[in-house]
Design a protein around this ligand. Structure first.
Ligand code: NAP
Length: 278
């Protein structure tokens, strides 16, 4: 099977590495010639080009460009594909993308590998990124079941955990566990950074340790990705942020009232709930 990848960055490059390791032929298309040269020099892809025409013999093509570029990239690619090619994408939001691409290419299956690092670009691509990570596919009632099965087989090769749901279910679920945490974490960093007493601020920065590292990690990542989450998954993110604000308001009220029993119950409940998310 010939795999095509458009956008040789962290995700596209890491997919290419994983499929090459399994002995598949991988054709890579990227925007910059230097990225193609790097991918070839590192042996990440079998062939590389800045031209979509390279993918005319590909059996399955993964669109791995930034979220905003996924639909225009699909539009530019589609005239070059053979009719049987299965097209999929890796964007972290699905509703609008599936709605835009499915009518253009019936053999399209939306997808989202839930793995990543704080780095970006071809040099961030690493082996084993998808092992044990969830990989969600989001077919519609019209998506051909064979296309989903083929993608499921490739996801098994990546050693990822396969999940399947409607695009809207995916978007609200990732708003809760991926996009909301970015904004909670970014707000945490901004709130700490807003300390006006320089002595306190310097002390806080000096003594911040593993707890702060854990809770600030996703808010201190690639700003472009966080912006695209908000733009691409706006309503689901707003729903989650409203739910989070309600919880914060409740915690503030309970602490103001010195209702320590209610606080203890709240924390006991969240302690019990956490494992079911991990
Ligand atoms: P990335 O490292 O920046 O890679 C994207 C690559 O796409 C770039 O290396 C770039 O290649 C190319 N590209 C950039 N702008 C483009 C444009 N306007 N048109 C066409 N190609 C363009 O980003 P990434 O983290 O791999 O993210 C790619 C996709 O994966 C996104 O849709 C994101 O939602 C999804 N995703 C990301 C993560 C994560 O944690 N990072 C996790 C799951 C899914 P050149 O060097 O050739 O310009």
């Amino acid at each position: 099977m010939k795999i095509g990848i458009v956008g040789l960055g962290l995700i596209g490059g890491s997919l290419a590495i994983a499929f090459r390791e399994k002995g598949l032929e991988v054709l890579g298309v990227s925007r910059k010639a230097t990225t193609c040269e790097t991918a070839l020099a590192k042996g990440i892809v079998t062939r590389a080009s800045t031209e979509m025409g390279l993918l005319q013999t590909a059996d399955v093509v993964f669109l791995c460009a930034p979220i905003k570029a996924i639909v225009p990239t699909a539009q530019a690619l589609i005239p070059h594909l053979k009719p049987t090619t299965i097209l999929t994408d890796v964007a972290s939001v699905k509703g609008e993308i599936v709605q835009a691409i499915a009518p253009l290419w019936p053999n399209f299956v939306g997808g989202h590998p839930m793995a990543g690092t704080a780095e970006q670009g071809i040099d961030a691509a690493i082996p084993g990124l998808f092992i044990d990570a969830p990989y969600v596919v989001t077919p519609t009632p019209e998506t051909p079941p064979d296309a989903v099965e083929t993608l499921k087989g490739l996801i098994a090769l990546l050693q990822s955990r396969f999940y399947c749901c409607a695009p809207q279910i995916h978007d609200q679920a990732v708003a809760w566990i991926s996009h909301l945490p970015v904004y909670v974490s970014a707000s945490l960093i901004a709130a700490c950074g807003s300390e006006t007493n320089s002595e306190i601020l310097q002390m806080a920065q000096a003594i911040a340790s593993s707890g702060f590292r854990d809770t600030s990690r996703v808010g201190g990542g690639n700003p472009e990705l966080g912006l695209m989450m908000a733009q691409g998954n706006r309503q689901a993110l707003l729903n989650s942020l409203a739910g989070y604000r309600a919880q914060l308001d409740q915690a503030i009220a309970l602490i103001e009232q010195e209702d320590w029993e209610a606080i203890a119950n709240l924390l006991a409940t969240t302690q019990q709930q956490r494992p079911s998310f991990l």
